[in-house]
Design a protein around this ligand. Sequence first.
Ligand code: PEP
Ligand code: MN
Length: 333
Amino acid sequence: MITVLKQGTTKEERDQLIHWFEEQGVKVHVSVGEYQTILGLIGDTSRIDMEMLELLDIVDKVARITEPFKSANRKFHPEDSKIKIGNTACGAGAFAVIAGPCSVENKEQIEEVAKRVKAAGATMFRGGAFKPRTSPYDFQGMKAEGIELLLEAKKATGLPIVTEIMNANHLPLFEEVDVIQVGARNMQNFELLKELGKTKKTILLKRGLANTMKELLMSAEYIMAGGNENIILCERGVRTFETYTRNTLDLSAVPVLHNLTHLPVIVDPSHATGYAKLVKPMALAAAACGADGLMIEVHNQPSKALCDGAQSLTPDQFDALMDQVQKIREVLS
Ligand code: PEP
Ligand code: MN
């Protein structure tokens, strides 16, 4: 971090500020120019509040040189992380495809969709048992019973299962779940993130509806600071003024995040677009721009789905998507 002092700052004022920095545990490199004095701060500056510093009378501007995220930062961990989930993986060349319905609804649905997505080449099976719904009157999920059905599907297909957590008190129910999803609405539920940091579970962290990439990385940092480094990031679209799509898929997040972090980045074109017919083209684009995987909603009867039917693919449509994604991946390799 560097702090540029205003012209006319006295030596006494400058030394007072340097002393304060040193008390915060950072070293200060002083560079006195003809017009400006610049203080270069060396060490862990994460506890220094930039905005507060900028308010001081003697400070002209403050800039961070290194990012506030450390564990997730590629600078300190140059090689891609490969997150292992059972006998499959995500990242460092391993392409993960997580597919399944938005929510777990009944045994027949789960059995059929799990069998079909496995046959098409999905590497993990998803289904929401606890659903974050905008309206309290909408279907809220099958909860513990839903997780049971997912575990049966795991037994039948061998696919690891992915399901969303909304409350850390529910963690005991997730003991046999392979990947715990933190949904967009909980990306900044810091108490939940801290609890997940204490586990060794793989966490699928989705970008919030109106969150920057830096905020997404800081949320990953919350989990990593607790000792859990098994994180997969997910771009699922952000809210904009556009109305033809449910959200706006920010595919630039894939290369930008790849530059900033070693964690794998997957893309969810289902929630990003909101419409089944837009899912395949955006899934192909995600594979083309280097995503480490996809999350796709698939339902055996989308028109009867209790949640997100409009964006759900039929198993046949998912077959076609997998076929083309495979071709894009071959071209890239
Ligand atoms: C989901 O994956 O079903 C979901 C609710 O996604 P998001 O949190 O991205 O809206
Ligand atoms: Mn959904």
